[in-house]
Design a protein around this ligand. Structure first.
Ligand SMILES: [Zn+2]
Length: 490
């Protein structure tokens, strides 16, 4: 609301009451919608990490202009139409490891609560009736526009807008309750037959589950106007109290540098992405890693990079958890972990600065790897680092340690002094085994590299990659990793 960072003080000590606007279930949610849900999940998980109890409500808009239009076009009733999108939404949030809200109230199940608020607004003089519909009179609420910073100078009193969604240019009295229309679902109520406008549901459901004043309200920047502006007007006019103490809005996600839109045909859903690259954890990490107040550009290259980063974390986490280290503890590693913990916490405490938090993790990995290489890393250190990883996993929701073992592949030529490559085997899963022909190929590639025949070396690398053997040249020599050969997309 102030456009500034503010210190967070909850209404009830130790508790955060959080409302996030959920999906309008008229279509499959696209990756841009999930960027917002993941940002909200990061916020919630971090608040929990900091010791708060979070009460989280996310509404499901199962009646509005778009759902009604969609159901009509398909010739089915509204419930049948919205159910498949509701099911898909829950499937996707589970895939992305988004913690479920305490309640997902549905608009169609809260008609009496909405009617009660409209009645209050009528009684207090904020709402008026026109042709069987009820509208909120903006002129009666001078605080209108504080969140979106719109100008009310050109506002013409009494001009109305019936659509649920509209642009800032058309600031008008908006519909709280829409009169019964031929071919539309309706409810018989004390204020007449009809159905709710979109905005009233969030006022009704947030006050029901969180109280008339609560701590944090989130959504996408698209929600600021008119949706959240209207929520504030309805809520504060009816209750006479401040609606929300802190607003956080997530910026847009664009795809390959362009705005995603149905008309351009470049929207993409979570299942669409996973059909091309089946790594939900990497997708989650990618969607987390751009600060929520910055525009995020989704590309498959960026998803590849997120996967590489996540693999590095997972391999490191596996090494620390599963490898045996000599008994004891060092002072240096204790300090490295404390420093990383502080930076991780301070970064996220500062308006969810995720890059500071992620940098803290990679700095820890780098420093601990040096300690391991110098054999200055003991069993107690491994436990301390493992504990740190477990605690940050509760916030990031992605780390999955990979069990690895070092095997000697050889005999390799002494003259080339190639350190023994490592095989990384995922825990309990069937991984392809390296064959003796493949071992020969690695040797031949090393030889080609030593002879500076990089064309040949690259060709062998590509052949091995096609067979599921990935090579990585490190300063300590070549490492190889056996991975399942990806199936060609159909
Ligand atoms: Zn809402």
């Amino acid at each position: 609301m102030t456009g500034k960072k503010e210190a967070f003080v909850p209404i009830n000590p130790g508790e955060v009451r959080l409302y996030t606007c959920g999906p309008t279930v008229y279509d499959f949610a696209h990756v841009g919608n999930f960027r917002a849900y993941i940002f909200e999940d990061l916020l919630k998980r971090f608040l929990q990490f900091m010791g708060y109890k979070v009460v989280h409500i996310m509404n499901i808009t199962d009646i509005d202009d778009k759902t009604i239009r969609g159901a009509k076009a398909q010739g089915v009733d509204l419930d049948t139409y919205t159910q498949k999108y509701i099911d898909a939404f829950f499937k996707d949030i589970d895939t992305l490891n988004i913690l479920r809200a305490d309640t997902f109230p549905r608009a169609t199940e809260h008609i009496p609560e909405m009617v009660a608020i409209v009645k209050q607004l009528i009684q207090k003089g904020y709402a008026y009736k026109k042709d069987g519909s009820y509208y909120f009179s903006i002129a009666k609420f001078p605080a209108y526009g504080r969140l979106s910073k719109i100008s009310l100078e050109e506002l013409q009193p009494g001009q109305r807008v019936d659509a649920d969604e509209y642009e800032k240019e058309s600031v008008h009295d908006f519909a709280l309750w829409k009169a019964k229309k031929e071919g539309e679902p309706f409810w018989e109520t004390e204020i007449g037959p009809g159905r709710p406008g979109w905005h009233i549901e969030c006022t009704a459901m947030s006050s029901k589950y969180l109280g008339e004043t609560f701590d944090i309200h989130c959504g996408g920047v698209d929600n600021i106007f008119p949706h959240h502006e209207n929520e504030i007007a309805q809520s504060e006019a009816s209750s006479g109290k401040k609606f929300v103490n802190y607003w956080l809005h997530c910026h847009h996600l664009i795809r390959d540098g362009e705005k995603m839109s149905k008309s351009k045909g470049n929207t993409i859903t979570i299942p669409d992405i996973l059909r091309i690259k089946n790594n939900p954890a990497a997708l989650r990490l990618l969607l987390l890693s751009t600060h929520y107040r910055k525009t995020m550009n989704f590309t498959f290259e960026a998803l590849d990079q997120a996967e590489t980063a996540l693999n590095r974390i997972n391999e490191f986490a596996g090494e620390v958890r599963y490898r045996e280290f000599p008994e004891g503890e060092t002072e240096a590693v204790g300090k490295i972990v404390k420093d990383a913990e502080r930076k991780f916490r301070d970064g996220l405490s500062d308006d969810l600065n995720i890059s500071v938090a992620v940098t803290a993790i990679f700095n820890l990995i780098k420093k601990v790897n040096v300690a391991i290489a110098r054999e200055n890393f003991k069993s107690q250190d491994a436990e301390t680092v493992d504990l740190f990883i477990r605690s940050i996993k509760t916030v990031l929701g992605v780390i999955d340690p990979i069990k690895s073992e070092t095997v000697r592949v050889g005999p390799l030529s002494e003259k080339l002094s190639v350190p023994s490559p490592r095989v990384i085997v995922a825990d309990e899963t069937e991984m392809p085994k390296i064959t003796s022909q493949q071992k020969d190929k690695i040797e031949r590639r090393q030889k080609a590299r030593a002879e500076k025949d990089f064309g040949k070396a690259d060709q062998i690398r590509a052949e091995l990659a096609a067979e599921g053997i990935l090579l990585e040249d490190t300063k300590d020599g070549v490492r190889w990793k056996a991975v399942p050969v990806p199936k060609k997309p159909e």
